[in-house]
Design a protein around this ligand. Structure first.
Ligand code: RB5
Length: 155
């Protein structure tokens, strides 16, 4: 899988640590660093959410990991994008089940909330999971996609 990473100034240091640890421990996934580098304390999380969302929409990445201070702002912005299913998950159960049941394709993390060890575990759970395809989950996902389509038509 191609996995894109992006972070605002609040998440850049954790992104660096996460990428370093993942690169050292696995070769299964292609890890793509979209930035930022944390050098601009005035940068804005929606810009990184949009950049990562575009990478998924354009087929340049299969999944993404977005990091800001809390994970919340990055998640809110990312979920505005068509085809992006993002959520903050700071536990491995949600990081795995979010993919298996909800086809989550973007994991959001809060660098001011969790440390590298748990962030790494959550990311591994997220990347190791696959959508189950069970009929009840497909039905629910179809309803989510129907909301997305309906809302797009209202804009
Ligand atoms: C940036 O200071 C901070 O507000 C941002 O990283 C994030 O936590 C927003 O949800």
């Amino acid at each position: 899988m191609r996995v894109a990473f992006a972070a605002d100034h609040g998440g850049a240091a954790l992104k660096t640590d996460l990428l370093r640890a993942l690169r050292a421990s696995q070769a299964t996934h292609e890890l793509i660093d979209l930035g930022g580098d944390g050098s601009d304390p005035a940068d804005d999380y929606p810009d990184f959410s949009q950049q990562l969302g575009r990478a998924i929409q354009d087929g340049d990445a299969d999944r993404g990991v977005l990091i800001c201070g809390s994970g919340v702002g990055a998640s809110i912005a990312a979920t505005k994008m068509r085809g992006v299913r993002a959520s903050v998950c700071h536990d491995t159960y949600s990081a795995r089940q979010g993919v298996e049941h909800d086809d989550m394709n973007v994991l959001c993390l809060g660098a001011r909330v969790i440390a590298i060890e748990l962030a790494l575990e959550c990311t591994r759970a997220f990347l190791g999971a696959r959508f189950s395809g069970e009929p009840r989950h497909v039905r629910r996902l179809d309803k989510v996609l129907a909301i997305e389509a309906e809302e797009a038509g209202r804009r």
